[in-house]
Ligand binder design. Structure first.
Ligand SMILES: *Cc1c(COP(=O)(O)O)cnc(C)c1O
Length: 241
């Protein structure tokens, strides 16, 4: 059972890598310039181990606590793992997140920028790169900086707070073509001289690459469907990281 699951993850991972490389080549881009972040939220540990054993080293997690519960042991075995936080970050978890994640992709508001500036100055800080999350379609329920607010927000982050912002990240509206959103995110990143464009998930990563993604965040296409989450005490895990 476990061996089978491991083989399945390995095969899916190889297929995703092949599709990423093909999409990059079709767009006239170097496949090596695309970073695959394997999003392992809510996935059983055996599947994560299978991906590690298949050579995957960059992983994304959505919840600080969930990542803290399982990655220290895995990092001890695979010290070159790079962990990205791709879920919303509450300011009261910023210290823990900065001590734990190599990359935080969800810098999305001025208050968090100020808190991260303080936490990144601590000797325990591990985070080296940040991405600014953009709410491309200005969906009211979604986190992220509105495109129209991006200039002043980036000025605050880069010039005033000297934060290591390396790119932009977006979660476009579900069930819509990712193409125009990827193109817009890439355009905004280029305008601000930011090298990284994080957009594209299991259902649409090839299109995202065709339109400028440099980082794709892929969960189910690698690991399979996420098992339903165990019920959690109200608000403790689902909404807060
Ligand atoms: C879960 C998640 C993903 C991966 O989604 P899949 O559809 O499983 O590939 C990517 N990005 C973010 C922010 C996520 O929360």
């Amino acid at each position: 059972m476990e061996q089978g699951a491991g083989g399945e993850v390995r095969a899916r991972l190889e297929e995703v890598r092949r599709r990423i490389a093909a999409a990059a080549r079709a767009a006239g881009r170097d496949p090596g310039s695309i970073t695959l972040v394997a999003v392992s939220k809510a996935q059983p540990r055996e599947r994560i181990e299978a991906a590690l054993e298949a050579g995957q080293r960059v992983f994304g997690e959505n919840y600080v606590q969930e990542a803290q519960a399982r990655w220290p042991a895995l990092r001890a075995r695979f010290p070159d793992v790079e962990l990205h936080l791709v879920g919303a970050l509450q300011t009261n978890k910023a210290r823990a997140a900065v001590a734990f994640f190599d990359v935080i992709q969800t810098l999305d508001r001025p208050k968090l920028a100020h808190v991260l500036a303080k936490e990144l100055a601590r000797p325990e800080a591990r985070t080296r790169r940040l991405l600014v999350e953009v709410n491309l379609a200005e969906e009211p329920q979604k986190a992220g900086v509105a495109p129209g607010d991006l200039d002043p927000f980036l000025r605050l982050c880069r010039e005033e707070l000297r934060l290591p912002v390396h790119g932009l990240m977006a979660i476009p509206p579900a069930d819509e073509d990712v193409a125009p959103y990827a193109a817009l995110l890439a355009k905004l990143a280029a305008r601000h001289d930011l090298p990284e464009v994080s957009i594209g998930m299991s259902a649409d990563f090839e299109t995202a690459i065709a339109f400028g993604a440099t980082i794709v965040r892929i969960g189910t296409a690698i690991f399979g469907e996420r098992p339903p989450r165990a019920p959690t005490p109200q608000g403790s895990l689902e909404t807060s990281s």
